[in-house]
Design a protein around this ligand. Structure first.
Ligand code: CS2
Length: 511
């Protein structure tokens, strides 16, 4: 009979198989110095790995306390393993395994904010990084302002000492720090929202202003909210991933994380106190993150959202399935090159066309099993920065938006078809799912009425954009095709129209 395999933990570190890299520093001596809010696959594959690299190079008091205020619980996975986990880098048949040691403690704070506040307000925490998903900021996507009608914000403004939301928890953290030791704090957002540091600062400030007692002024003087661009594809971990570690390396690990080889982190140099020297291990400190952020969110994330929603409509499971489809691949490449790239400002050292090819190449990695439904989750919180902002820039330039409008209609069609009226074709998770389903249930299959109803949601579509006739027409016509029996007709038609427009332009310029 086989004995059940040992679980990863400090006792196993010295006996790991040679093919698994281990922390190159004395982990027992690692003191906590920062916290991370939202410990999921991405954090384990990104910030925690950079920190692990840094600790190996230059040991310092930068142990991470991982805090979750939403599921999943951490105690039974990372907690049982004293924060240790295996990070796999996978590219097609290549696997590289390493045990990461930078997380020294985990705290579950799903039931109440108290355990989280105890950590975040403590004087030995000098910096807080966070990946709390786009909707965690409780902002209005079209404006970036705090959504004062959000149920958690309503709750937190009424009960500021027992907050539930991220803005409420951060405001309370800073209030407690001010009242107890007065030490400054850097709050580093690592989520894919536009100008993430600016939005985080805005939602916290708005909250603090309502709280009064000079809190907002104290925060302005004692906290920093740098912007950051983060990048590494790290899908939700599956049971298969855990089983693979057991099969390959002989131990059990309930907190495996799987990512692609590529990684990038660009951080605005605006800190309130000490920061880890992540710039020594591949991150970049810059004065302005904007060009990097636009490049990444519009090209890589724009391609992912496009392939995800159109991929689901085409019956495809993963990103790599969608990008292997010749029509979808041709579409996304043309969209990025022709419509997205001209909206970008130059990024030092980056050739835009090469970046597009590199991004599409990353999406072909068959070992990264990123489900289209996962990327389509919370699409309402993603399309502004990935699709609508480049569309708005194009319209300002008087340039075409026929291609970028298709994935916008794709997002609509994805939620519309989850409604009762459309037979609930798939389960969806998006704060606006109910609203879109309500429109679909009332209107039925009438593309102009559906598009009109959805474009009127002004917390996603800024009124100026929603009123633009070119945009409305392009979205409506794509939506009509996407809801038909031949959804990919939308993709073919937009490519054909784009070709016609191109020929016209080249004839005109030849005259
Ligand atoms: C993905 C991102 O789920 C999603 O929205 O587009 O998580 C993406 O994989 C990362 O931003 C890559 O850095």
């Amino acid at each position: 009979m086989n004995a059940s395999p040992e679980t990863l933990g400090p006792a196993l570190l010295d006996r790991l198989p040679v093919s698994v890299q281990r922390p190159a520093y004395d982990r027992a001596a690692l003191a906590r110095g920062m916290a991370h809010l939202g410990v999921g696959a991405f954090h384990r594959c990104h910030q925690a790995e950079y920190t692990d690299d840094l600790l190996s190079l230059q040991f310092d008091r930068w142990g991470v306390v991982g805090v979750n205020i939403r599921p999943p619980g951490l105690a039974d996975t990372l907690g049982r393993q004293s924060g240790l986990y295996t990070r796999l880098i996978r590219e097609n048949s290549h696997v590289e395994a390493r045990v990461i040691g930078s997380i020294v403690k985990v705290v579950d704070s799903q039931e109440s904010a108290e355990p989280a506040l105890d950590v975040l307000a403590s004087p030995d925490i000098e910096l807080v990084t966070m990946t709390v998903t786009e909707k965690g900021y409780c902002h209005i996507p079209s404006s970036g302002e705090l959504d004062l009608g959000h149920p958690d914000i309503v709750h937190d403004l009424a009960n500021p000492e027992t907050p539930r939301s991220v803005p409420g928890i951060i405001a309370r953290t800073l209030e407690l720090r001010r009242a107890t030791h007065g030490r400054s704090l850097t709050l580093l957002s690592c989520d894919n929202i536009p100008t993430n540091g600016v939005i985080l600062e805005k939602v916290v400030r708005t909250f603090a202003e309502r709280r009064g007692k000079g809190l907002a002024d104290w925060i302005a003087a004692n906290a920093a909210f740098p912007c950051a661009m983060v990048d590494r594809i790290a899908p939700a971990v599956t049971r298969d991933d855990l089983d693979s570690v057991e099969q390959w390396f002989g131990y059990r690990d309930g907190a495996v994380a799987v990512g692609e080889p590529f990684r990038q982190w660009v951080i605005e140099q605006k800190f309130a106190g000490r920061v880890p020297r992540w710039d020594l291990v591949g991150a970049t400190f810059v004065d302005d993150v904007t060009p990097f952020e636009h490049l990444k969110m519009r090209v890589l994330n724009g391609a992912q959202t496009t392939l995800a929603t159109l991929g689901v409509l085409a019956g495809l499971e993963h990103t790599f399935d969608a990008v292997a489809d010749p029509l979808l691949a041709a579409f996304v490449r043309r969209m990025l090159v022709q419509e997205t790239l001209p909206t970008l400002t130059p990024v030092p050292g980056v050739l835009p066309l090469a970046y597009v090819e590199q991004s599409l190449g990353r999406l072909q990695n068959t070992a990264i099993r990123h489900r289209n439904h996962q990327i389509a989750t919370d699409g309402s919180q993603k399309i502004v920065q990935r699709l609508l902002n480049p569309i708005r820039d194009r319209l300002r330039q008087g340039a075409g938006i026929g291609l970028l409008s298709v994935p916008v209609a794709g997002w609509m069609a994805y939620l519309i078809q989850a409604s009762t009226r459309f037979g609930k074709r798939w389960p969806v998770s998006d704060p606006y799912a109910g609203k879109v389903a309500g429109i679909a249930d009332t209107v039925g299959r009438d593309a102009p009425a559906l598009a009109s109803g959805i474009l009127a949601i002004d917390t996603i579509f800024a009124p100026g954009l929603a009123a633009n006739e070119t945009f409305r027409a392009a979205v409506t016509s794509a939506l009509d095709d996407l809801l038909s029996d031949d959804p990919m007709a939308a993709v073919r038609h937009s490519l054909e129209q784009d070709e016609v427009a191109r020929l016209k332009r080249s004839k005109q310029s030849a005259l």
